[in-house]
Design a protein around this ligand. Structure first.
Ligand code: ADP
Ligand code: 5GP
Length: 210
Protein backbone atom coordinates (compact mmCIF):
# COMPACT_ATOMS: atom_id res chain seq x y z
CA UNK A 1 0.00 0.00 0.00
CA UNK A 2 1.72 3.18 -1.12
CA UNK A 3 1.40 6.07 1.30
CA UNK A 4 1.65 9.71 0.47
CA UNK A 5 3.17 11.96 3.07
CA UNK A 6 0.88 14.19 5.10
CA UNK A 7 1.54 17.88 5.47
CA UNK A 8 1.33 18.44 9.22
CA UNK A 9 1.05 21.98 10.54
CA UNK A 10 2.06 22.48 14.16
CA UNK A 11 1.19 25.79 15.80
CA UNK A 12 0.98 26.89 19.38
CA UNK A 13 1.92 29.70 21.68
CA UNK A 14 5.55 30.71 21.72
CA UNK A 15 6.98 28.81 24.70
CA UNK A 16 4.41 25.98 24.51
CA UNK A 17 7.22 23.54 23.73
CA UNK A 18 6.83 23.06 19.96
CA UNK A 19 10.54 23.11 19.25
CA UNK A 20 11.24 20.67 22.07
CA UNK A 21 8.48 18.33 20.89
CA UNK A 22 9.63 18.43 17.26
CA UNK A 23 13.18 17.59 18.24
CA UNK A 24 11.97 14.54 20.19
CA UNK A 25 9.59 13.38 17.46
CA UNK A 26 12.19 13.69 14.70
CA UNK A 27 14.84 12.06 16.90
CA UNK A 28 12.62 9.04 17.53
CA UNK A 29 11.17 8.65 14.05
CA UNK A 30 13.70 10.04 11.60
CA UNK A 31 12.44 7.82 8.74
CA UNK A 32 8.84 8.96 9.14
CA UNK A 33 9.08 12.71 9.48
CA UNK A 34 10.81 15.62 7.82
CA UNK A 35 10.86 19.02 9.46
CA UNK A 36 10.65 22.00 7.16
CA UNK A 37 13.24 24.68 7.89
CA UNK A 38 11.68 28.12 7.59
CA UNK A 39 13.22 31.35 6.42
CA UNK A 40 13.10 34.31 8.79
CA UNK A 41 14.34 37.87 9.13
CA UNK A 42 14.71 37.61 12.92
CA UNK A 43 18.18 37.43 14.43
CA UNK A 44 19.56 34.01 15.41
CA UNK A 45 19.29 33.17 19.11
CA UNK A 46 22.28 31.90 21.03
CA UNK A 47 23.07 28.40 19.72
CA UNK A 48 20.95 28.64 16.56
CA UNK A 49 22.59 27.85 13.23
CA UNK A 50 21.79 29.09 9.77
CA UNK A 51 20.10 26.27 7.81
CA UNK A 52 19.33 24.23 10.95
CA UNK A 53 16.73 26.16 13.02
CA UNK A 54 16.06 28.70 10.26
CA UNK A 55 17.51 30.20 7.14
CA UNK A 56 18.36 33.63 8.52
CA UNK A 57 17.78 36.21 5.79
CA UNK A 58 17.81 39.97 5.40
CA UNK A 59 14.49 41.67 4.70
CA UNK A 60 15.63 42.18 1.11
CA UNK A 61 16.48 38.53 0.57
CA UNK A 62 13.16 37.48 2.12
CA UNK A 63 11.17 39.81 -0.10
CA UNK A 64 12.94 38.41 -3.16
CA UNK A 65 11.80 34.90 -2.18
CA UNK A 66 8.23 36.17 -1.89
CA UNK A 67 8.45 37.81 -5.32
CA UNK A 68 9.77 34.62 -6.94
CA UNK A 69 7.00 32.49 -5.42
CA UNK A 70 9.55 30.40 -3.54
CA UNK A 71 7.51 30.33 -0.33
CA UNK A 72 4.41 28.20 0.28
CA UNK A 73 3.25 30.77 2.82
CA UNK A 74 4.69 33.57 4.89
CA UNK A 75 3.58 35.85 7.69
CA UNK A 76 4.78 38.71 9.81
CA UNK A 77 5.14 37.80 13.48
CA UNK A 78 6.24 40.32 16.10
CA UNK A 79 7.95 42.59 13.52
CA UNK A 80 9.73 39.83 11.58
CA UNK A 81 8.97 37.81 8.48
CA UNK A 82 8.71 34.01 8.67
CA UNK A 83 8.04 31.76 5.65
CA UNK A 84 8.11 28.16 4.39
CA UNK A 85 10.36 27.40 1.40
CA UNK A 86 8.47 25.37 -1.21
CA UNK A 87 11.12 23.02 -2.70
CA UNK A 88 12.01 20.95 0.35
CA UNK A 89 8.39 20.40 1.39
CA UNK A 90 7.36 19.16 -2.06
CA UNK A 91 10.35 16.86 -2.32
CA UNK A 92 9.81 15.21 1.07
CA UNK A 93 6.05 14.75 0.56
CA UNK A 94 6.81 13.05 -2.75
CA UNK A 95 9.23 10.73 -0.91
CA UNK A 96 6.34 9.69 1.35
CA UNK A 97 7.51 11.53 4.47
CA UNK A 98 5.14 13.38 6.75
CA UNK A 99 6.37 16.94 6.56
CA UNK A 100 6.01 19.11 9.63
CA UNK A 101 5.66 22.86 9.40
CA UNK A 102 6.07 24.59 12.72
CA UNK A 103 4.33 27.85 11.90
CA UNK A 104 2.04 30.42 13.45
CA UNK A 105 -1.67 30.72 12.91
CA UNK A 106 -1.85 33.01 9.87
CA UNK A 107 0.51 30.66 8.06
CA UNK A 108 -1.54 27.65 9.19
CA UNK A 109 -4.70 29.17 7.74
CA UNK A 110 -2.96 29.84 4.44
CA UNK A 111 -1.60 26.30 4.25
CA UNK A 112 -5.05 24.83 4.96
CA UNK A 113 -6.52 26.94 2.14
CA UNK A 114 -3.88 25.78 -0.34
CA UNK A 115 -3.62 22.19 0.92
CA UNK A 116 -7.02 21.18 2.32
CA UNK A 117 -5.60 17.72 3.10
CA UNK A 118 -3.14 19.11 5.62
CA UNK A 119 -3.46 18.16 9.30
CA UNK A 120 -3.51 21.06 11.77
CA UNK A 121 -2.27 20.47 15.32
CA UNK A 122 -2.28 23.10 18.07
CA UNK A 123 0.19 22.72 20.96
CA UNK A 124 -0.61 24.29 24.30
CA UNK A 125 0.92 24.03 27.77
CA UNK A 126 -1.43 22.86 30.53
CA UNK A 127 -2.08 26.44 31.73
CA UNK A 128 -1.42 30.13 31.00
CA UNK A 129 0.87 30.48 34.01
CA UNK A 130 2.92 27.49 32.84
CA UNK A 131 3.34 29.26 29.48
CA UNK A 132 4.83 32.32 31.14
CA UNK A 133 7.11 30.14 33.32
CA UNK A 134 8.41 28.34 30.23
CA UNK A 135 9.06 31.59 28.37
CA UNK A 136 10.90 33.03 31.36
CA UNK A 137 12.67 29.72 32.02
CA UNK A 138 13.91 29.47 28.44
CA UNK A 139 15.79 32.69 29.06
CA UNK A 140 16.10 33.62 25.39
CA UNK A 141 14.01 36.81 25.35
CA UNK A 142 13.88 40.05 27.29
CA UNK A 143 10.86 40.70 29.54
CA UNK A 144 9.52 43.12 26.89
CA UNK A 145 9.56 40.44 24.20
CA UNK A 146 8.03 37.94 26.63
CA UNK A 147 5.18 40.37 27.33
CA UNK A 148 4.53 40.84 23.60
CA UNK A 149 4.54 37.06 23.11
CA UNK A 150 2.03 36.64 25.95
CA UNK A 151 -0.20 39.24 24.27
CA UNK A 152 0.17 37.48 20.96
CA UNK A 153 -0.79 34.21 22.70
CA UNK A 154 -4.08 35.85 23.71
CA UNK A 155 -4.84 36.60 20.06
CA UNK A 156 -3.72 33.16 18.89
CA UNK A 157 -5.95 31.44 21.46
CA UNK A 158 -8.92 32.79 19.49
CA UNK A 159 -7.90 30.58 16.57
CA UNK A 160 -7.46 27.26 18.44
CA UNK A 161 -10.86 25.97 17.31
CA UNK A 162 -9.75 26.02 13.66
CA UNK A 163 -7.24 23.23 14.32
CA UNK A 164 -7.96 19.51 13.90
CA UNK A 165 -6.39 18.43 17.21
CA UNK A 166 -5.31 20.02 20.45
CA UNK A 167 -2.01 18.71 21.86
CA UNK A 168 -1.52 19.46 25.56
CA UNK A 169 2.20 19.44 26.28
CA UNK A 170 2.28 18.59 29.96
CA UNK A 171 4.44 15.48 30.21
CA UNK A 172 6.83 15.67 27.26
CA UNK A 173 7.23 11.92 26.82
CA UNK A 174 3.48 11.27 26.70
CA UNK A 175 2.94 14.23 24.43
CA UNK A 176 5.43 13.07 21.79
CA UNK A 177 3.81 9.64 21.59
CA UNK A 178 0.33 11.14 21.45
CA UNK A 179 1.30 13.37 18.55
CA UNK A 180 2.84 10.42 16.71
CA UNK A 181 -0.33 8.34 17.23
CA UNK A 182 -2.56 11.10 15.96
CA UNK A 183 -0.53 11.40 12.77
CA UNK A 184 -0.41 7.61 12.28
CA UNK A 185 -4.18 7.52 12.76
CA UNK A 186 -4.61 10.24 10.19
CA UNK A 187 -3.02 7.96 7.58
CA UNK A 188 -5.92 5.54 8.10
CA UNK A 189 -8.59 8.17 7.35
CA UNK A 190 -10.79 6.72 4.63
CA UNK A 191 -10.52 9.77 2.40
CA UNK A 192 -6.74 9.24 2.23
CA UNK A 193 -7.13 5.61 1.17
CA UNK A 194 -9.43 5.76 -1.84
CA UNK A 195 -6.91 4.04 -4.10
CA UNK A 196 -6.52 1.12 -1.70
CA UNK A 197 -10.29 0.74 -1.37
CA UNK A 198 -10.62 0.64 -5.13
CA UNK A 199 -8.03 -2.13 -5.35
CA UNK A 200 -9.74 -4.22 -2.65
CA UNK A 201 -13.10 -3.80 -4.41
CA UNK A 202 -11.60 -4.88 -7.71
CA UNK A 203 -9.93 -7.85 -6.01
CA UNK A 204 -13.21 -8.93 -4.44
CA UNK A 205 -15.08 -8.68 -7.73
CA UNK A 206 -12.39 -10.74 -9.37
CA UNK A 207 -12.62 -13.46 -6.70
CA UNK A 208 -16.41 -13.58 -7.17
CA UNK A 209 -15.97 -14.31 -10.85
CA UNK A 210 -13.64 -17.25 -10.23
P1 ADP B 1 8.34 26.86 21.49
O1 ADP B 1 9.17 26.20 20.42
O2 ADP B 1 6.90 26.45 21.44
O3 ADP B 1 8.50 28.35 21.54
P2 ADP B 1 10.25 25.59 23.33
O4 ADP B 1 10.35 24.21 22.76
O5 ADP B 1 11.40 26.52 23.11
O6 ADP B 1 8.86 26.29 22.89
O7 ADP B 1 9.98 25.40 24.89
C1 ADP B 1 9.90 26.52 25.77
C2 ADP B 1 10.54 26.13 27.13
O8 ADP B 1 9.71 25.16 27.78
C3 ADP B 1 11.92 25.51 26.97
O9 ADP B 1 12.75 25.99 27.99
C4 ADP B 1 11.64 23.99 27.12
O10 ADP B 1 12.76 23.32 27.65
C5 ADP B 1 10.45 23.98 28.09
N1 ADP B 1 9.54 22.83 27.88
C6 ADP B 1 9.13 22.29 26.71
N2 ADP B 1 8.28 21.25 26.91
C7 ADP B 1 8.14 21.13 28.24
C8 ADP B 1 7.40 20.23 29.11
N3 ADP B 1 6.61 19.27 28.62
N4 ADP B 1 7.50 20.41 30.43
C9 ADP B 1 8.29 21.40 30.94
N5 ADP B 1 9.02 22.27 30.21
C10 ADP B 1 8.95 22.15 28.88
P1 5GP C 1 10.41 32.01 16.95
O1 5GP C 1 10.91 33.39 16.68
O2 5GP C 1 10.02 31.79 18.40
O3 5GP C 1 11.35 30.93 16.43
O4 5GP C 1 9.07 31.82 16.10
C1 5GP C 1 8.03 32.73 16.21
C2 5GP C 1 6.79 32.18 15.55
O5 5GP C 1 6.95 32.08 14.13
C3 5GP C 1 6.40 30.79 16.04
O6 5GP C 1 5.01 30.79 16.33
C4 5GP C 1 6.71 29.91 14.86
O7 5GP C 1 5.89 28.78 14.84
C5 5GP C 1 6.42 30.85 13.70
N1 5GP C 1 7.06 30.45 12.45
C6 5GP C 1 8.25 29.83 12.29
N2 5GP C 1 8.47 29.59 10.99
C7 5GP C 1 7.39 30.02 10.31
C8 5GP C 1 7.01 30.02 8.91
O8 5GP C 1 7.71 29.53 8.03
N3 5GP C 1 5.81 30.58 8.61
C9 5GP C 1 4.99 31.11 9.54
N4 5GP C 1 3.82 31.60 9.12
N5 5GP C 1 5.30 31.11 10.86
C10 5GP C 1 6.48 30.58 11.24
Amino acid sequence: MSEKGILVVVSGFSGAGKGTLMKELLGRYPQTYALSVSATTRRPREGEEDGREYFFLSKDEFEKMIAKGELIEYAKYVENYYGTPRGYVQRKLDEGKDVILEIEIQGARNVKKMFPDSLLLFVTPPSASELKSRLVGRGTETMDVIESRMERACEEAEGMEEYDYLIVNDDLEACVEEMHSIIRGEHRRSSRNREFMKEIKEGLEEMKRR
